[in-house]
Design a protein around this ligand. Structure first.
Ligand code: CMC
Length: 428
């Protein structure tokens, strides 16, 4: 018999169905709660609210498990490529050789952006944060591809928007950096693969040869895989909620980029490096900074620590910690902040404050150290996260569309003034 739960309000019983996920996750379906009882639920920050049924990513925060479409993140990070993972997330299965070739060729054909995008870019002062530039350029595609505004686009139109998003994202990302340093932009070199092409657009200088280091390109590819999706986090929920109004895919993803920017979300990778640098400059007194993080009168938090869902360990952080060691060794980089990070982690993991609150290093704790070793400037760290997260946002947007989900519209408990008469001010 199907499982149900009973809710008793003022002595009256109401029955609600229980929904079970494929990994045995349980949810109470309260979609008709208000109709049946007149009540709504209150869950500020959506800590216990399932906003959708999704077949893309499974994560178990207690056990530190992360799967994309049923494949373990550890296995994908070791054996797969970013574009293969992108295909998997978006279309549900790993591609065959022919599908993969078509997908990568289609993307490569769409790496160029309209020349007028350069005029928009020129309007940004060089002080602009690359995340703001990225979200603006991404949204500007609605102007160059107005057909994307049609909510009833046929499937081949949707496919084209997906391919354009993946093809142009590295170009926008590299150009947002060039704008920040006041250099001329580079055009995509379509003889190269996805990550090498991006690196060349980022770092090649006029009149100079630029050889992509395969160690750097491989490390970036792996980081992108680790960031590719993370179910209903802040930016993904933003993409879904904007998409639910049937706005264009470009505006939905642009909104996701803005949500990711914040220091409590993807912006944490930039903040981690700033924090580690501050600790180093301050003489490396880690205990002092741990005490600051524990002090409720001090707004400082240990950046790269804690997670809404992971309460044991973040499996991505485990892989990234090892990758940080490997990459720095391969590149011959000796970064003193890696040692500070490891010591900080060691001390925090033994401290009752962090143990009791189940605060562990998250994906952002070590990723910044790798980005730094790869030569990526700090302001671009969150842009790297956005590039990696793009396939996840696309997959979630597509799933919402395919499932014909209704517009997202939470309710509230009103706590303002009750009705009162309007008294005009005396203007005499
Ligand atoms: N340093 C010090 N204390 C912390 C930290 C931290 N990094 N994170 C949480 N706490 C404390 C918090 O003060 C609270 O203590 P108390 O119960 O005494 O009031 C308790 O732990 C629970 O924290 P919360 O803020 O209620 O937890 P949350 O689930 O709302 O927030 C978080 C999760 C990730 C926003 C938070 O842990 C945080 O601010 N971490 C630092 C920023 C960061 O690294 N963000 C990246 C997240 S992973 C990448 C991504 O997917 O975006």
């Amino acid at each position: 018999m199907a499982k149900t739960v009973e809710l008793i309000i003022d002595g009256k019983s109401h029955t609600f169905p229980v929904v079970e996920g494929s990994e045995k996750e349980l949810a109470i379906d309260i979609s008709d709660l208000r109709d049946k009882t007149g009540y709504i639920t209150l869950d500020i920050g959506y800590k216990n609210t399932g906003a959708t049924k999704s077949a893309i990513t499974f994560l178990d925060g207690e056990q530190g498990i992360l799967h994309y479409r049923g494949y373990a993140i550890e296995e994908l990070a070791e054996k797969s490529t970013f574009l293969e993972v992108a295909y998997l997330l978006i279309f549900g299965e790993l591609p065959t050789k022919a599908e993969y070739e078509k997908f990568t060729t289609d993307i490569t054909k769409r790496t160029l952006v309209h020349e007028d995008i350069k005029k928009i870019l020129d309007g940004f002062p060089s002080t602009s944060h690359p995340m703001g530039v990225l979200s603006s350029l991404f949204c500007a595609q609605t102007a160059f591809y107005p057909e994307s505004l049609n909510p009833n686009r046929p499937p081949d139109g949707v496919y084209l928007s997906i391919i354009r998003s993946l093809g142009k994202m590295p170009t926008f990302a590299a150009w947002s950096y060039k704008n920040a340093i006041g250099h001329p932009v580079n055009y995509p070199d379509n003889k190269l693969d996805y990550c090498p092409r991006f690196l060349k657009m980022m770092f090649a200088l006029p009149g100079q040869e630029y050889e992509v280091d395969p160690v750097v390109a491989d490390a970036l590819d792996k980081l992108f895989i680790l960031h590719a999706d993370h179910e209903q986090n802040c930016s993904t929920s933003t993409v879904r909620i904007v998409g639910s109004s049937k706005a264009s895919i470009y505006s939905a993803i642009s909104a996701g980029i803005n949500a990711l920017w914040g220091p409590l979300h993807g912006g944490a990778n930039q903040e981690v490096i700033i924090m580690l640098e501050n600790i180093r400059k301050d003489g490396g007194n880690i205990d002092k900074w741990i005490d600051k993080a524990k002090d409720k009168n001090d707004p400082f938090r240990l950046m790269g620590f804690g997670h809404r869902v992971y309460k044991n360990f973040d499996p991505r952080a485990k892989i990234i910690k090892k990758a940080a060691d490997d990459v720095l060794k391969k590149l011959g980089v000796n970064d003193p902040i890696l040692e500070i990070a490891k010591k900080l982690e060691e001390i925090a993991l033994k401290d009752p404050y962090f143990v009791e609150r189940k605060l562990y290093p998250n994906v952002d704790f070590y990723s910044g150290i790798i980005y730094r070793a790869l030569g990526i400037p700090v302001d671009m760290f969150t842009v790297m996260f956005a590039m990696g997260r793009l396939p996840g946002w696309i997959a979630q947007w597509k799933e919402l569309r395919d499932q014909g989900e209704p517009i997202g519209r939470p309710r509230q408990v009103y706590t303002g003034k009750t009705k009162r008469p309007f008294v005009p001010i005396d203007k005499r």
